[in-house]
Unconditional design. Structure first.
Length: 105
């Protein structure tokens, strides 16, 4: 290994040393506007669908509770309602949580 490095340095040592005239790229943190607009549209539609699914879940759980009570059946609808409400909380707080952790500084 040591001989290989010595032979590389002997052949072209300038490749192994730092050269000041080389421009090191410094990319920006901003995405292109077209990509940002497309991602914002997709995220907006996804947020709307998540909210609609949460409302539908609450309504379906309520209907199931009413039908069970009418029939005299006992079931664990409160746990289902808790899961639906937990999902609603996740959907509604996803945007602010991501913005908190990935905000441009």
């Amino acid at each position: 290994m040591k001989d290989t490095l010595h032979s590389l340095y002997a052949r072209g040592g300038h490749y192994l040393t730092f050269r000041e005239e080389v421009d090191v790229p410094n990319p920006t943190r901003k995405a292109p506007a077209e990509l940002s607009d497309a991602v914002d549209t997709v995220l907006g539609i996804t947020a709307w669908l998540g909210t609609a699914a949460g409302v539908a879940g609450i309504m379906i759980t309520g209907v199931m509770m009413a039908v069970s009570m009418k029939r005299g059946e006992g079931s664990e609808h409160m746990s289902r309602l808790g899961m639906v409400l937990g999902g609603c909380i996740l959907v509604s707080t996803a945007g602010p949580v991501v913005k908190f952790f990935f905000a441009a500084q």
